[in-house]
Write a protein that binds this ligand. Sequence first.
Ligand SMILES: [Zn+2]
Length: 82
Amino acid sequence: MKHTETRTQTVSHEETTSITCDMCGAELLKGDFCRQGAFFKTDFGYGSRHDIERWEFDLCDSCCDWLRGHIDVAVTDETWVP
Ligand SMILES: [Zn+2]
């Protein structure tokens, strides 16, 4: 026979409440579903002076435009598929 009882359990989880641009500090989250800018993550290769480092940062749309004006960014237009 199976005996059961109801127990209350509190579960904690981490939730992102805000994201700011790492260059200018602008707020990137606009409401629950709208996020401006982009998240960048890059690893450096063996022999690089940044070898074993991982860089992660967020930039707002304006700072992405600035970056694109300073480096040759390969831009592709990918359609979002859920
Ligand atoms: Zn910015």
